[in-house]
Design a binder for this molecule. Sequence first.
Ligand code: SF4
Length: 286
Amino acid sequence: MGERPRIRASFSGGRSSALMCEVLQDEYGDTHEIVYTFCNTSWERPETLDFAHAVDRHLGLNLVWLEAVVHPGRKSCTHRVVSYETAKRNGEVFDAVAAKYGLPNQVFKWCTRELKTNVMNSYARSIGWLPGTYDTAIGIRADEPRRVRRDVAERERIIYPLVDIRYVTKEDVLDHFEGQSWDLKIEEHQGNCIACYKKSDRKLYTLYREDPANFDFPVRLDQLYRNVGPNNVPGPRKMYRGYESAPDLVARFEAAGPSYRPPIYEGGCSESCEVYETEQIELFPA
Ligand code: SF4
């Protein structure tokens, strides 16, 4: 028997991504060699890790849990294989990468690359999957105005099972998981890295109101690493939109009354943090 086509599936820890894994198992489980990976940033809610573990068991994915390993100099992050049990949960991995690259923000967007893309690439190399010998599946849905640029997608062999194999919208995803005992146990705004700088101000404010301790970690990162790396403006690097640091953000949220309603801005990792996302484009422009 000849070699089966290879797919590297990037499970992000969200519902859409879980459904993507199910679609791949259904459609290609018997015909393709599929490796499922989950890159743990260590700044996610424990429920996200619980969900990843539940998806793995439910679908029989043999999910490979990965974390970034930082190197000095120009060498990108490589990987270490961990497990549900041993995955870091207190920001350690994110912290180690920030110590080298400085604070991530809308200008210095290293985090998805160093915490996920390069980590997955390192793992693929370690199992002998050379670039160009496999497709990479990511869980962007048909209704999301976010895709990788076509030229990048072609070059990197990115595939979108929730667009091209099965047409799946957000509603389909929610219907699919409704009533499942192993569904993700958190609200959308609580997903991915807890106080990710790409979340809308409204989501960040909601997270602050729910528990101010959600910002302890970015405040600590700010204290430790604001002067690490170059900056595009004079002064320290700041993580949040509008050149706001984590302490600035906390002070603004603290000063605002409970009736404060920050503007909605949807974008970036508001729903899922996908590898290779290089820009936001309208998939179905009005
Ligand atoms: S969720 Fe946000 S902070 Fe975390 S890796 Fe993705 S872009 Fe970076």
